[in-house]
Design a protein around this ligand. Structure first.
Ligand code: G1P
Length: 251
């Protein structure tokens, strides 16, 4: 697990979900990722030793991690793109909107990025994704889109393309690692052919969803984001979150 300062990236991401009002979390994981499950699990031996040593502050910190949220894990058997990874969680999500947070990027700002997207969803009753302007020479690393502004910082998507070459990119606005999606995305993922990298891309599924819903998707830029640049491909685990009895959608 990749640490940033004193905790692993995935913990920041789970904390963002929780701070956005999300209570049930599905982490899509895979081979050699057991350390994630262990990290959020109870660690009896450590708790015992900290208690014995009188390290109450450390003990509280350790317990805080365990109590963060209800987390369950779905294992993706082979890496086949973000679209395919998200599909792994379908059976556990039910027929509700859900958020997707990619485990390799962390965000910061007064209002958590995922919460901003939930607010956009609630206002427009449409899927929402976060975006950020990136330098032109980096567009080929991201899903890129073009848009028209609906209101301050909220845009309607008109075109989407996954990792375009610099000269074919419709803009320099990149999809960042936060989405609020509606379950109709799953039908589109099934219809999506593998494309960039031979993988089933969420961006392509979105593209057909836009056509189907007549451009109903809205996007909102996050306040600031730390993309772990060269390292981002090492741990691009999607973290899926769902409501518990619609609780977080009523925020
Ligand atoms: C994925 C998405 C891409 C998005 C990026 C954000 O790419 O497919 O559209 O811009 O995450 O981090 P990946 O990083 O898995 O290649």
């Amino acid at each position: 697990m990749l640490p940033v300062y004193d905790k692993p990236t995935i913990q920041y991401v789970v904390e963002e979900a929780v701070a956005s009002g999300i209570e049930d979390i599905i982490i899509v994981t895979g081979r050699h990722k057991r350390s994630i499950e262990d990290h959020f699990d109870k660690y009896y031996e450590l708790e015992y030793n900290l208690q014995k040593a009188g390290k109450d502050r450390d003990l509280r910190e350790i317990r805080k991690i365990t109590d963060l949220a209800d987390i369950c894990y779905v294992r993706q058997k082979e890496q086949n793109g973000l679209g395919a990874a998200i599909k792994c969680g379908e059976r556990h999500l039910g027929d509700e909107p859900f958020a997707v947070l990619l485990g390799d990027s962390i965000t910061k700002g007064p209002t958590p990025c995922t919460k901003q997207l939930i607010d956009v969803y609630n206002k427009y009753n449409a899927s929402a994704i976060s975006l950020e302007a990136v330098p032109q020479e980096k567009v080929e690393r991201y899903g890129i889109l073009s848009e028209s502004e609906v209101e301050n910082d909220i845009y309607k998507i008109s075109e989407l393309v996954e990792k375009p070459p610099m000269d074919k990119a419709p803009s320099n606005l990149a999809i960042m690692g936060r989405y609020v999606l509606t379950p109709d995305i799953f039908d589109k993922i099934i219809e999506t052919e593998p494309r960039v990298g031979g993988e089933i891309q969420l961006t392509d599924a979105f593209k057909s969803l836009i056509q189907y819903t007549e451009s109903h998707l809205k996007v909102k830029p996050m306040t600031s984001q730390t993309d772990l640049n060269g390292l981002r491909h090492q741990s691009s685990l999607p973290l899926m979150t769902r409501s518990s009895g619609m609780i977080w959608w009523s925020i």
